[in-house]
Design a protein around this ligand. Structure first.
Ligand code: AHG
Ligand code: MN
Ligand code: MN
Length: 346
């Protein structure tokens, strides 16, 4: 029997996952294979996130059966009451990422300060920032929650202090994404080469490619905002929302507001529309956190053909000053964002 020297066409087809079996690990390896000098460290790093989120998904799925619902009895640095699942998700991510020697620092919504992981080691090339559990007020009522993450590169100017590693503008993110624990569990991520979605097959325990190269529709039919704060929003936000309600975007809109940013954004990504968390009387600088909530969402939105602003400029251009810095956020499809820019005077 003769064995061909070149891999056959069938083999290529299998490797590309055209039989519907491409896992997220295989996808990361494939993407990595496209960048010269890639070493495999990056896929090992991301596998820390996929492992942790599978463990979190498993707990979320058992909420109500196990003693995981409810308050933990402490507040985090933002003064918000921690839920038991916030703490579990945080510890699981810290545990899984601590084994990745390519990570120098991690920073989490649930910890006041970033933590050194393998900082000091020459193999440490990345910082990872995350919101372990987004939308935690929804856990008790069986509504979707999520995890968001952003990966930053070690500064190349020799600065070794933690601020230099972590306080970088969103435009230099190496990768970002979220996991949505919804009616199914989905991982959506980008490395700057499009946005790809993977659905967790619970029987196999693997994220399988289900949404390749997601593009946000040019225009949607939903706007998503906490209307209860309407009277507190700055005038330009109120005028913009009135404009949408009056049919100014050429169609009739509906509202959808889940109260989990990941879930609200996921709908906006797939169906189009706009999600807003404007400044309010209680949070004049916005509520959402720049580094681990707005930045990953903004990177994904831009990669999918949408955009994101804080009402003054592009989210990804903001130079962060502190880890838990907050920002207003308006993110969505092209048409809705163009209209918003007019009201924002941009
Ligand atoms: P977290 O649970 O991580 O603190 O985030 C909650 C955030 C976000 O998910 C959501 O968009 C927003 O809070 C909802 O806030 P309101 O209840 O003020 O609308
Ligand atoms: Mn959050
Ligand atoms: Mn959170």
């Amino acid at each position: 029997m003769t064995v061909p020297n070149e891999p056959g066409a069938d083999f290529d087809r299998f490797q590309r996952g055209e039989n519907g079996l491409l896992t997220v690990q295989q996808h990361i390896l494939r993407e990595q294979g496209r960048s010269p000098g890639a070493t495999g460290e990056f896929s090992w790093l991301l596998s820390g996130i996929t492992l942790a989120t599978k463990m979190i998904a498993s707990r979320v799925r058992q909420a109500g059966l196990t003693d995981i619902i409810g308050e933990y009895g402490r507040s985090n640095i933002q003064g918000e009451k921690q839920q038991k699942l916030d703490v579990y998700a945080n510890e699981t991510l810290l545990h899984c990422l601590s084994w990745r020697d390519s990570i120098g620092f991690v920073a989490s919504e649930e910890n006041e300060l970033p933590m050194a992981v393998h900082h000091g080691s020459p193999s440490a090339k990345y910082a990872v920032v995350f919101d372990p559990l987004d939308g935690s007020s929804n856990i008790d009522v069986n509504v979707s929650v999520g995890t968001t993450f952003s990966v930053l590169r070690r500064p190349d100017d020799g600065r070794e202090d933690v601020s230099a590693w972590v306080l970088q503008p969103g435009k230099v993110q190496v990768a970002a994404g979220y996991v949505l624990y919804g009616s199914s569990t989905m991982l959506v991520y980008t490395t700057g080469n499009g946005v790809h979605g993977f659905t967790l097959d619970p029987a196999v325990g693997a994220y399988i490619m289900s949404h390749e190269n997601i593009r946000m529709p040019i225009q949607g039919g939903y706007y998503s905002v906490n209307e209860a704060y309407h009277n507190e929003f700055p005038e330009m936000y109120r005028a913009y929302l009135d404009h949408i309600r009056k049919g100014g975007l050429g169609k009739r809109y509906s509202t959808r507001y889940i109260g989990s940013m990941v879930a609200d954004f996921h709908r906006t990504l797939l169906k189009g529309g706009v999600f807003l968390y404007p400044p309010t009387a209680e949070s004049p600088g916005g509520k959402l956190r720049l580094l681990y909530e707005a930045n990953p969402i903004a990177f994904l939105a831009e990669q999918a053909g949408g955009s994101a602003t804080d009402g003054r400029g592009r989210i990804l251009d903001i130079q962060p000053r502190s880890i838990h810095q907050r920002t207003p956020l308006v993110v969505g499809s092209q048409k809705e964002m163009e209209a918003f820019a007019k009201f924002a005077g941009k």
